[in-house]
Design a protein around this ligand. Structure first.
Ligand code: PEP
Ligand code: MN
Length: 266
């Protein structure tokens, strides 16, 4: 069902009226994790000031170590909702278990399925039965074919509002946190009719590479870019090294806009 052969036209994902996949790149910014109302609001105001419409932030954090910050859970969803109500932004947030999905829906606009859950088939099936868009991230070591099949699980249950997100894969290379598979973007665009995003934060894990990889993503035809922004990354409870602060965010935003104004997609 996700195949371009089954449906030639691009699927456009509608997030409260904001269209993803209509030819103009979209941007999803926000902190790695929801830490407090003040923290999320600070980022939200900066996003809103730029005329953008979406914010991300994790309330359930799938961390490598059980001793690391696991997220605020439902409390985090309530913070996101409060900020969304006050700013008009749409909320993109990760859900890690089917049992959280139902209760989360009233607080959020887009369900993110993270890399670690790309093959959580029960979660995929549940996400296929909701009437909210799903942002599906590529698994840590998933092939493109496996990634496409994960999207198929969602669509097979009826939900076609799916955004695919390339976020880097595990290779032998350690210069970056993961290896951004930039060619996955045009391949996914050819093979499927779904919009494709690139997460430049989790793929590179390096602030100095956010801008060049975001430019590359747009140049190869990505429908959007995701990046993490935190008001004070030094004290962030997760991904402290790679989140942009608000000033870096302003610079990134200006640079990427300038790039889009002067370059066309390949
Ligand atoms: C995230 O976007 O918050 C995240 C945990 O990313 P990933 O699932 O790609 O590792
Ligand atoms: Mn993160």
């Amino acid at each position: 069902l996700v195949s371009r052969k089954r449906k030639a036209e691009d699927t456009i994902v509608d997030i409260n009226g904001h269209k993803i996949g209509d030819g103009t790149p979209s941007f999803i910014y926000g902190p790695c994790a929801v830490e407090s109302y003040e923290q999320v609001l600070a980022v939200a105001l900066s996003i809103k000031a730029k005329g953008l419409t979406m914010i991300r932030g994790g309330a359930y954090k799938p961390r490598t170590s059980p001793y690391d910050f696991q997220g605020l859970g439902l409390e985090g969803l309530k913070i996101l909702k409060r900020v969304a109500d006050e700013t008009g932004l749409s909320v993109v947030t990760e859900i890690i278990t089917p049992s959280h999905l139902e209760e989360a829906l009233e607080y959020i606009d887009v369900v993110q399925i993270g890399a670690r859950n790309m093959q959580n088939f029960e979660l995929l099936k549940e996400a296929g039965m909701i009437n909210k868009p799903v942002l599906l991230k590529r698994g840590l070591a998933a092939t493109i074919d496996e990634f496409i099949h994960a999207a198929e699980y969602i669509l097979s249950k009826g939900n076609s509002q799916i955004i695919l997100c390339e976020r880097g894969i595990r290779t032998y290379e350690r210069a970056t946190r993961n290896t951004l598979d930039i060619s996955a973007v045009p391949i996914l665009k050819q093979e499927t009719h779904l919009p494709v995003f690139v997460d430049v934060t989790h793929s590179t894990g390096r602030k100095d590479l956010l801008l060049p990889t975001a430019k590359a993503a747009i140049a190869v035809g990505a429908d959007g870019v995701m990046a993490e922004v935190h008001p004070d990354p030094a004290v962030a409870l997760s991904d402290s090294a790679q989140q942009m602060d608000l000033q870096q965010f302003d610079e990134f935003y200006d640079a990427i806009n300038q790039f889009m104004n002067t370059h066309t997609t390949i």
